[in-house]
Design a binder for this molecule. Structure first.
Ligand code: F0G
Length: 458
């Protein structure tokens, strides 16, 4: 028989999981104003809020931490990281930052000005936040297939080349800060972008004289999907695929908390020394000197090691396989989720799960609350609440997809935990008709409201 795909690691250290009763959770979520970000971690049993910074580091990463060089300038840890970034991405210049949004902040301080447009494929919320904060506009040019939760497109995160070219054709290039391609496309469901799509986007970026930046948080998962799904890549190494992806870009922002399997960290990669120089000034203001930028030496060491571990094919295959295992369990129970399954998460389709709850009552958040109270599983709403209000009209935005994301931390949970999660959601699904009402907002921040919003059950 064909041998199953296994995790290419074993467990050396364990951490306690907290259990609780339904009654306790009902009280806790009420005290948290029905915002799952307000829960204490002890109040959560299986935490699928995010795959960001929640991964388990390896023995090699922990050993690298002991060898960290904490010199303010020119630390060996910086050079070690520089070498790893050059090797894996091909970028000659880089700046460390404390996380991904900090990389966005530094780079956009150079690139984005008031009135600009930033076309791309479903910008992540902090990315959009940094763009809108500068009074510029993020223009979503993702392919239409991405808005359909059941259409089976192997690269559902792709940029719609026609939409992009239309925008580039009808606007002066000085008005376009850059084209921003997010791999994998988190907001559209952890969906990959194909190599041929990146190539097409690059052609347009050169034709119209606009920079192409890759938001690379999950670049290794994207490379793995290219290997598994795109013609001509089956025999290529993940790192060769990654280098090819980055060869089409002028720069990258990275949240190292995802595919580089560290708990904190980020960086910016640059092809052009001039852009690197300009960004360096902002790095010094916002993050720290250019050879540490908000990271300690030990963390840069762990990151350098994590970049290699995160680009191992066997690891990536087992990870993507675990996510798909949860997806197929849910499917077996008749629970609607976005397909194909994402690289880092399963996205439950709240519109089909709770069709009787109107969008104004935030069915995604309502479902996330129910899943938490049922079994202590914490996911996150990716829908109207997260989409914020339109910065000009101040009206609620209602994106096509209304989802609850179950993001799987790297190397943390077993398939047994996935069975538990699926059982919890099945129980909610079986009583879905008893969930009569959604929620309303009591207080919200003017931007990125979902992190701090206070809610009330209707
Ligand atoms: N870009 C993408 C595609 C992301 O998913 C994230 C973070 C960032 C940028 C920002 O990076 O958190 O290091 O500042 N995503 C996390 C998530 C928070 O849960 O999806 P950061």
């Amino acid at each position: 028989m064909e041998l199953p795909i296994i995790e290419p690691f074993k467990i050396k250290m364990v951490e306690n999981i907290y259990s609780s009763t339904k009654e306790q959770r009902e009280n806790w979520i009420k005290d948290a104003s029905f915002n799952l970000f307000n829960l204490k971690s002890e109040q959560v049993c299986i935490d699928l809020l995010t795959d960001s910074g929640t991964g388990a580091m390896s023995d090699k990463q922990w050993s690298a931490i002991m060898l960290g060089d904490e010199s303010y300038a020119g630390a060996s840890s910086y050079y070690k990281l520089k070498e790893a970034i050059k090797d894996i991405t091909g970028f000659d210049f880089f700046l460390p930052t404390h996380q991904g949004r900090a990389a966005e902040n530094v780079l956009f301080s150079v690139l984005v000005k008031e009135g600009d447009l930033v076309p791309g494929n479903s910008h992540f919320d902090t990315t959009k936040g940094h763009i809108e904060f500068r009074k510029a506009t993020a223009v979503d040019c993702t392919i239409d297939d991405a808005a359909d939760p059941i259409s089976w497109h192997p690269f559902k995160g792709n940029v719609d080349i026609k939409k992009l070219e239309n925008l580039l054709k009808t606007n002066p290039s000085e008005k376009i800060s850059c084209i921003l391609v997010t791999i994998t496309n988190n907001t559209a469901g952890g969906q990959p972008v194909s190599m041929s799509n990146l190539r097409e986007v690059r052609k347009l970026s050169l034709k119209y004289g606009v920079k192409l930046i890759i938001d690379s948080a999950r670049f290794a998962e994207n490379a793995c999907f290219i290997k598994l799904r795109e013609e001509g890549y089956a025999d290529k190494e993940i790192r060769d695929i990654a280098r090819e992806m980055f060869s089409y870009a002028d720069g990258m922002t990275m949240s190292s908390k995802k595919d580089a399997i560290v708990n904190m960290g980020g960086f910016i990669g640059f092809r052009d020394e001039e852009l690197f120089r300009q960004a360096s000034t902002y790095n010094i203001i916002y993050e720290g000197f250019i050879t540490y930028g908000g990271m300690s030496g030990r963390d840069m060491n762990a990151l350098a090691q994590g970049l290699y571990e995160g680009t191992e094919f066997l690891y990536l295959k087992s990870r993507i396989n675990q996510v798909a295992y949860l997806g197929s369990k849910l499917k077996e129970y008749g629970i609607p989720s976005l397909e194909p399954y994402g690289g880092h998460a399963i996205f439950i389709d709240a519109k089909r799960f709770l069709p009787h709850i109107p969008r104004e009552e935030f069915p995604g958040q309502t479902l996330a609350i129910e899943i938490y109270t049922e079994g202590g599983v914490r996911g996150v709403e990716i829908g109207a609440l997260m989409a914020d209000r339109d910065p000009v009209t101040r009206q609620n935005r209602f994106p096509e997809l209304e989802m609850v994301r179950l993001a799987i931390p790297r190397r943390v949970y077993t398939d047994n935990h996935m069975d538990y999660v699926a059982a919890v959601i099945r129980n909610v699904f079986e009583r879905r008709n008893q969930i009569k009402k959604g929620i309303k907002i009591n207080w919200e921040a003017p931007i990125m409201r979902h992190f701090t919003v206070r809610l009330e059950k209707l």
